[in-house]
Ligand binder design. Structure first.
Ligand code: FES
Length: 118
């Protein structure tokens, strides 16, 4: 699934109505950030929250994609857990994880506050 988003500086806004299916279907979705800006993957969590994980491989910058419980890079096979941790290299670092605010009408992803889980 791919979601349409409004990107304004370091903030990404998505109508909540687009995201509801993630929780019911328990599947992640790719959110494009615009031409040349990469993407993030939104993962539904058990408690009605969402996790936003950067989708640019930390090896050489290819776009990673959800595959089952993981994010997989098609270029050289790096595999990441849904929280961004490296499961299999050659990627040298985890993917960034961004805060997600789930509001009544919209979902907001804050791209300015990345953290990584090691
Ligand atoms: Fe992803 Fe090399 S660019 S594994």
């Amino acid at each position: 699934m791919r979601l349409a988003a409004v990107v304004d500086g370091g903030s990404v806004t998505i109508p909540r109505s687009q995201v509801e299916a993630l929780w019911t279907e328990r599947t992640p979705a790719v959110v494009g950030l615009g031409p040349g800006a990469g993407a993030v993957v939104l993962w539904p969590l058990e408690d009605g929250a969402l996790r936003a994980v950067g989708a640019t491989c930390t090896h050489l910058g290819c776009a990673v994609r959800p595959s089952g419980e993981f994010l997989v890079c098609p270029c050289h096979g790096s595999t990441f857990a849904s929280d961004g941790r490296v499961v299999r290299g050659p990627a040298p670092r985890p993917l960034p994880v961004y805060p997600v605010l789930v509001g009544d009408d919209v979902i907001e992803i804050d791209l300015t506050n990345a953290r990584t889980i090691r």
